[in-house]
Design a binder for this molecule. Structure first.
Ligand code: HAM
Length: 423
């Protein structure tokens, strides 16, 4: 019986994993510079955590959650995103008592039962950040600048920052009414989901992916025209700071996002190189969520990047992401040489080199062929005679050149001299 991974769920193997690791390490470094600290939140939560925050009428909650009952009959959901667990954690541990802002990041798998396609998976990985406690646009700018630096640091090119403000609970009713009025006469032409959304939350109609609905909503009122004074001031503060910092963005009045918790700022980073799944990162403000989770009123903002999409993009961009290769291969002939080879390997590994030894007693020719195939830079060759003389042969497999070295001098010569030598 052969088993395959589930549909829409994939294994990440070398060499792809090196791209992932590079993204993760650049992210960690950048986050540290901005004072974002790591939190590890669970993969499963009470289902309510997601319904309350993401919203009952969203696609995620309506159709995409992996929800099950545990043995005690509790409803459990595998996290479809990281903001709700982060807020649950923030409130549960009273982190609002710490000095503001509190800035966190997390990474790991998320689960959504979506139709799998290029760039869309049922288990996918995000790296996300959340900053709590600042209502001023200064932190919006910081978070957006950090995302930009992260994407640039990874080497991502040709991405677009789309930006919008979707207002707050004060201006939302006015905007909803404008939408209801606009959609009223053509409601019966919309998909059944949108017809339901009309009553439940008309903003969701702006997020529907059905072609017909996209066509029908053209010309719908833009939220920017319905912002209250405070939201308008916040948004103006944000764009003017972005302009001053020369951070490029495109205003997109339809960017309402697929999750209900957002207030004011929303943003998405998009690319034209991934087909239908354009968003490589997305985020926004959610100034009411901490309170809804039982904490004190606390403004907050964050984003998450989609690892699969960014990794694919990097690979298609053909950026100079090299698969790391072993530095040293140790070829040995005979039992004693094999043991000496393992000793040398251990010594070099302790000094930080990647060393591959010979495991299987093959001929020298086939060992050197293997060294070549795995991309080793230097091969050391140890035979009985070399052992007696306390010396071993070296061969630079990338640049040519070979010679002899005393065993005690191996670490010293694993520096530039033998790598650049070409006798
Ligand atoms: P989101 O837009 O749902 O936002 O997801 C963020 C990113 O995750 C997307 O831009 C995309 O790159 C990636 N992504 C989403 N779904 C899939 C999928 N099925 N397959 C592959 N990649 C996917 C959030 O999740 C919010 N929690 C972001 C946030 C943090 N907002 C504030 N703080």
């Amino acid at each position: 019986m052969a088993y395959n991974a589930l549909k829409g769920i994939q294994d990440i193997l070398p060499p792809d994993i090196h791209v992932w690791q590079r993204i993760e390490s650049v992210a960690r470094e950048i986050f540290q510079r901005y004072g974002f600290q790591e939190i590890r939140v669970p993969i499963i939560e009470s289902t309510d955590v997601f319904i309350r925050s993401i919203g009952e009428t969203t696609d995620i909650v309506e159709k995409e959650m992996y929800t099950f009952q545990d043995k005690a009959g509790r409803s459990i959901t595998m996290r479809p995103e990281g903001t709700a667990p982060a807020v649950r954690c923030y409130v549960e541990h009273h982190l609002y008592n710490l000095p503001v802002p509190q800035k966190f990041f997390y990474s790991g798998p998320m689960f959504r039962y979506e139709r799998p396609q290029k760039g869309r998976f049922r288990q996918f990985y995000q790296i996300g950040v959340e900053a709590f406690g600042v209502s001023q646009p200064s932190i919006d700018v910081e978070v957006i600048a950090m995302l930009k630096n992260l994407l640039e640091g990874i080497g991502l090119k040709e991405v677009k920052f789309e930006l919008n403000s979707i207002g707050c609970e004060k201006c939302r009713p006015d905007y909803k009414n404008a939408l209801l009025k606009f959609f009223e006469s053509k409601l019966s032409d919309f998909c059944p989901d949108c017809q339901r959304r009309y009553n439940a939350n008309p903003l969701r109609i702006l997020d529907c992916k059905v072609e017909r609905c996209i066509e029908l909503r053209k010309g719908a009122p833009a939220v920017a025209e319905h912002l209250c004074g405070d939201c308008r001031e916040h948004f103006t503060g944000l764009v003017s700071r972005l302009d001053l910092m020369k951070i490029a963005y495109t205003l997109n009045p339809n960017l309402v996002r697929g999750l209900d918790y957002y207030t004011r700022t929303t943003f998405e980073v998009t690319t034209e190189h991934l087909g239908a799944q354009k968003a490589v990162a997305a985020g926004g403000r959610y100034d009411r969520l901490v309170e809804e989770f039982g904490g004190p009123s606390t403004p907050a903002i964050g984003f998450a990047i989609g690892m699969e999409r960014i990794a694919t993009l990097l690979q298609t961009q053909n950026s100079e992401l090299r698969t790391p290769q072993p530095k040293v291969f140790i070829a040995t002939l005979g039992k004693e040489a094999e043991i000496e080879g393992f000793k040398i390997a251990e010594d070099l590994r302790a000094r930080g080199f990647w060393v591959e030894p010979n495991y299987a007693g093959a001929s020298l020719k086939s060992q050197l062929r293997k060294a070549d195939r795995i991309g080793a830079e230097i091969a050391f060759i140890i035979g009985e005679n070399e052992l007696k003389a306390g010396k071993i042969q070296w061969k630079n497999l990338k640049k040519g050149g070979q010679g002899e070295v005393e065993i005690k001098d191996i670490p010293a010569i694993l520096t530039d001299d033998i790598q650049t030598s070409n006798p």
